[in-house]
Ligand binder design. Structure first.
Ligand code: ACO
Ligand code: PYR
Ligand code: MG
Length: 356
């Protein structure tokens, strides 16, 4: 680990100064597209402004013989498109692949000024982030970039999960983490073949309900559990500790919009700021779920108003509110303000609440 005095020093002469704080930019949906797929690529310009992040994916889901085309396609799209308020991210190939060096070299030197975040898959530990960190600094210096490109790690190996805290703290470039449930399930030898989401076999069952004769009177209810709860909770704590942002990841059952929404909402409630969208129809789900509801904002504003100078305890609708619950409400209010700044529809809904 670098000593504290060197942590914020550029890792190459001429590279931009690292950021002291990762900006809280709205990123409810990170929408994946394959830049080598002409149909998808053609849709990207029209998606600007409808989604917080557009991500040109170069890794898994892009065929091996399309890797160069995907990289070149992303350069072309980035150069031709005005992204306005929408961030542009990429997912590079894995660090042990034959493509990643060209991915980083090409993207940083040709479109580095447009790229906000580089997502690195299959991160195992701090050493992976250190490699990318130094290489990015060298390339940024070469390209004459004025602001640093941030790094986002996908947590998709058991070793990565075991090292989650050191990954988050490995560089001032670290922007956040996403859950990679497919690779992670394979690496852990979990027995689910689904890409994210729950599993009907992972459940708890209520105790037998017996009648007066001691015989089971009805079928016992079962409750499906969340396979990803433990990992998401670890991610959230590691990210909060380091001032960076946790995200759910892919929900592969594109047709099941209800379960997708549930999975996203669990992640939102646990502290994630966004998720991935693999298909255009998942963008609306993510935007809905990762924006605080009007009811939550109404309540949060009432608590803020009732708490005056922010200390002490008050009763509101029969419930105790105090310094701590005020902080919970401020999380919601701050998020609503950030989102309203980029989402006029949402801004209008929050605005309608007025000072009620
Ligand atoms: C485990 C992981 O690593 S997850 C991350 C990697 N995976 C991905 O990035 C997958 C990205 N998504 C996809 O590849 C596709 O959405 C698929 C394969 C899941 C489904 O694709 P399709 O069968 O074409 O879906 P569908 O027919 O509903 O698409 C409707 C339209 O939306 C387009 N579309 C589909 N997905 C996207 C997308 N992600 N971005 C932009 N446009 C898209 C299609 O090209 C199609 O266009 P058309 O109307 O002009 O023909
Ligand atoms: C997100 C991802 O890459 C995975 O689930 O494997
Ligand atoms: Mg993966």
């Amino acid at each position: 680990m670098r000593p504290a005095k060197d942590f914020f020093r550029p890792l190459a002469v001429g590279a931009p100064e690292p950021l002291r704080e990762v900006p809280a930019r709205p990123s409810r949906a990170i929408h994946f597209f394959d830049p080598s797929n002409p149909k998808m690529a053609a849709k990207v310009p029209d998606m600007v402004g409808t989604v917080d992040v557009l991500l040109g994916n170069l890794e898994d889901a892009v065929k091996a013989d399309r890797k160069e085309a995907a990289r070149a396609g992303l350069v072309e799209i980035a150069q031709a498109t005005d992204f306005g308020p929408t961030q542009l991210w990429t997912r590079i190939n894995a660090l042990d692949s034959p493509w990643v060096l060209d991915d980083l070299t090409t993207l940083v030197t040709e479109i580095g000024d447009r790229l906000d975040v580089v997502m690195v898959p299959k991160v195992q530990g701090a050493e992976d982030i250190h490699y990318v960190d130094r290489l990015l600094a060298q390339l940024e210096a070469k390209a004459g970039l004025e602001r640093p490109i941030l790094v986002h790690a996908i947590l998709e190996t058991a070793r990565g999960v075991a090292n989650v805290e050191e990954i988050c703290g490995a560089s001032p470039r670290m922007q956040g983490l996403s859950l990679g449930p497919a690779d992670l399930a394979a690496d852990r030898r979990m027995k689910t073949t689904r890409v994210g989401g729950g599993h009907p076999g992972y459940l708890v069952r209520e105790d037998p309900v017996l009648n007066a004769d001691g015989v089971e009177s009805r079928e016992r209810a079962t409750f499906q559990q969340d396979l990803w709860h433990y990992t998401i909770a670890r991610m959230v704590d590691a990210c909060a500790m380091h001032g960076i942002y946790p995200y759910y990841g892919p929900f592969g059952d594109i047709a099941d919009e209800v379960a997708c929404e549930d999975q996203f909402r669990n992640a939102f409630l646990l502290g994630c700021v966004g998720t991935w969208s693999l298909h255009p129809k998942q963008i609306a789900i993510a935007n809905r779920v990762f924006s605080p509801s009007v009811e939550d904002i109404r309540h949060a504003r009432r608590v803020v108003a009732a708490m005056g100078d922010g200390t002490g305890a008050v009763m509101l609708d029969g419930k105790m509110e105090d310094d701590a619950s005020l902080k919970q409400c401020l999380v919601m209010v701050d998020l609503a303000e950030q989102l309203a700044a980029v989402d006029p529809e949402l801004a209008a809904k929050y605005e309608e609440l007025g000072d009620e």
